[in-house]
Write a protein that binds this ligand. Structure first.
Ligand SMILES: Cc1cc2nc3c(=O)[nH]c(=O)nc-3n(C[C@H](O)[C@H](O)[C@H](O)COP(=O)(O)O)c2cc1C
Length: 191
C-alpha cells in the first residue's frame, strides 16, 4: 500500500518536509511505500471555475499546463494522502490552496473519487495560525469522504528556521503517532 504526501512549502527541505518524513518513517516500518511530492518550484495555479470537470467527468482538471493532473493521478493511485503545509499568514500556502481547490472540485465532479482513502494534514508553524491550516486541510478531506485518523495532538510541529522543528519533541512525537495510526487504520481497512 502506498502513501503520497504533498509538501506545499516553498522550502523543499524545510520543516514541513521534516515532519512528513517523521510520519513516513513509521509508515515504512510497517511496510508501506511512501512518496513525497514537492510543490515548490513547480507551476501550479488556482481554480479558474470553468466547471469543465463536471462536463468531462474524466478525473482530470481541464487546465492541463501545470502540475495538478500529475498530483491528482498520484492521489488516485495512493491508499493514503498527506497534505503538508507551512503556516502562511495563518493559512495554507498558495500552492497547497491551489491543489486543494483543483483536486477537490475534480474529485466532487467525479463522484467523490477519493472516497474512503485515508488522509492526514501535516502543518509547520513558527508561532501561530496552525490550527486554521490544520482545519483547512481537514475540510478538504471531509468533503471528499476521505477518512481521517488522529494523533496524540493536532498534527503540527513548531519551528521557524529550516530544521528548527526537530527541536519540537512533542511535534515529532505527534508525527510518529500519526504514522502509526495511519498504518493501523489502513491495515484494518485493507488487511
Ligand atoms: C509568507 C510566510 C508567511 C508566514 N506566516 C506565518 C504565520 O502566520 N504564523 C506563523 O507562526 N509562522 C508563519 N510563517 C513561518 C512559517 O510557517 C514557518 O517558518 C514554517 O516552519 C515554515 O515551514 P517550511 O520550513 O516547511 O517552509 C510564515 C512564513 C512565510 C514565508
Amino acid at each position: 500500500m502506498k502513501i503520497i504526501a504533498f509538501n506545499g512549502s516553498a522550502r523543499k527541505g524545510g520543516n514541513t518536509s521534516i515532519l512528513i518524513n517523521h510520519v513516513f518513517e513509521e509508515l515504512r516500518k510497517e511496510g508501506f511505500e511512501t512518496e513525497l511530492f514537492q510543490l515548490a518550484g513547480k507551476k501550479i495555479r488556482g481554480c479558474i471555475a470553468c466547471y469543465k470537470c463536471f462536463e468531462n467527468k474524466d478525473q482530470r482538471c481541464s487546465v492541463k499546463d501545470d502540475v495538478v493532473n500529475e498530483c491528482i493521478e498520484k492521489m488516485l493511485e495512493a491508499d493514503g494522502i498527506i497534505l503538508g503545509s507551512p503556516t502562511y499568514f495563518s493559512n495554507v500556502s498558495t500552492e497547497m490552496k491551489a491543489l486543494i481547490d483543483r483536486a477537490g472540485l475534480v474529485a466532487i465532479a467525479n463522484g467523490h473519487m477519493f472516497k474512503r482513502k485515508i488522509g492526514a494534514a501535516v502543518v509547520a508553524v513558527r508561532r501561530a495560525g496552525s490550527v486554521h491550516v490544520f482545519n483547512s486541510i481537514n475540510h478538504f478531506f471531509f468533503i471528499n469522504q476521505i477518512i481521517v485518523p488522529g494523533s496524540s495532538y493536532w498534527n503540527m510541529g513548531v519551528g521557524g528556521d529550516k530544521g528548527e522543528v526537530e527541536k519540537d519533541e512533542e511535534g515529532i512525537m505527534t508525527m510518529k503517532v500519526l504514522g502509526e495510526n495511519m498504518a493501523w487504520l489502513l491495515k484494518k481497512l485493507h488487511g
